[in-house]
Design a protein around this ligand. Structure first.
Ligand code: DGJ
Length: 374
């Protein structure tokens, strides 16, 4: 009942003051210029009283998923009303640049590095014209959350380094396993035992869908879909967040997880991911662990109610905490529109943790009062 009052009050305020006062998942979200927000696969940070939302700037038509402009940024004081801060990492005209116009830049995430005072952006990079084969993690740096970000470099992470706890026998390459039929029991066992880790050992491991997480002790991690999207990797970042320490682990080998999003509540790490069905939605998964290094326990689909099997027709991208609110976590997801990517919409929902399980329920319209009223 209380919730209904707060939604009615916020609706009346929006009529009187012309401001957004709630989230409407899946609807067109207009910025303060009246234009649909263009920040897909994004992430949010909070700096000095302002939230910044970074995302993929998509364009119209079939080619609209390639990067023709770069990474966009919006700022907000209240999470409902967003100012367009423009393109903060621009694609380059130089055809030899790794981020030349027409490459693929996905899922940008920005974190602040307390030691260096710099803002660090990681994103998934695919070189122009190579489909999704490059599978690289790329990094850019800025002095300000509003950019501009200067492109630094891209990696295939953990080149020449085995993951922690990787058995000696797994390090030995077999010459026959590559001929196994995909998804046969033998093949699944071979993947679990590191067939693709061995394949990519010299070149570096793949990095497609990704997120960045900074822990309470300021250690940073890249969490990335690797091994042809079959296995998630968690790779520790150096103190400046610009490189890898060579400490890394595998999560859910052969589990086929994409779109990782992570948060920590009362000492427990939770992760929400998707399955792998391209731009089509699928059933989300969730996991928990007492340590970033695992073991991660599978908890099943965190979504409940209508369309829970399809993550409410969306795919996870990030989870952030409402500033200063211990128990208020917002799940961010994308409802992709691959035929006209610029039309993609945003699904933000409150996360409740019930008996150490993240729970997501659909809401047509909600505001931050939901956290205290439910
Ligand atoms: C699903 C991923 O989650 C997206 O970020 C994007 O890479 C699409 N696949 C491409 O098909």
């Amino acid at each position: 009942m209380k919730l209904q009052y707060s939604i009615i009050i916020s609706f009346l305020c929006s009529l009187v003051f012309g401001q957004n006062t709630s989230f409407e998942p899946g609807k067109v979200w207009k910025d303060t210029d009246g234009v649909h927000i263009n920040a897909h696969g994004g992430g949010v940070i909070f700096v000095d009283g302002t939230y910044y939302w970074y995302g993929e700037f998509k364009t119209e038509g079939k080619g609209g998923n390639t990067a023709l402009k770069g990474v966009s940024c919006y700022s907000s004081k209240d999470l409902y009303n967003w100012n367009n801060e423009g393109i903060v990492l621009k694609v380059e005209d130089d055809p030899n640049s790794e981020i030349t116009k027409g490459c693929i830049m996905e899922r940008p995430k920005v974190v602040f590095n307390k030691k260096t005072g710099k803002y660090i952006m990681w994103f998934h990079l695919e070189f122009k014209g190579k489909g999704y084969d490059s599978a690289r993690a790329a990094v850019a740096i800025s002095d300000s959350p509003k950019g501009p970000f200067a492109y630094k470099k891209s990696y295939r992470p953990n080149k020449g380094v085995w993951p922690m706890d990787f058995k000696e026998e797994y390090k030995l390459a077999s010459t026959t396993e590559r001929n196994l039929k995909s998804w046969s029991p033998e093949w699944v066992t071979a993947i679990k035992n590191g067939m693709l880790v061995r394949r990519d050992f010299k070149k570096g491991q793949m990095s497609r869908d990704m997120t960045v997480y900074v822990d309470d002790n300021e250690k940073g991690y890249l969490i990335h879909s690797s091994e042809e999207n079959l296995t998630l990797h968690i790779s520790e970042l150096t103190d400046d967040y610009l490189d890898f320490t060579e400490k890394w682990t595998r999560v859910e080998p052969a589990g086929h997880n994409e779109a990782p999003a992570i948060f920590k509540k009362e000492g427990i790490y939770y992760m929400i991911t998707s399955g792998c069905t391209g731009w089509d939605p699928n059933e989300a998964r969730s996991f928990k662990s007492k340590s970033i290094w695992g073991p991660w326990e599978a908890l099943g689909n965190p979504c409940f109610g209508k369309d829970a099997d399809f993550t409410f027709h969306s795919q996870s991208t990030y989870i952030f905490q409402v500033q200063g609110k211990k128990d208020q976590f917002i799940f961010m997801a994308d409802r992709w529109k691959p035929d006209n990517p610029i039309d993609g919409t945003y699904i933000w929902l409150p996360i409740k943790c019930i008996e150490e399980k993240p729970v997501l329920k659909w809401l047509d319209n909600w505001n931050l009062a939901y956290f205290t009223e439910n």
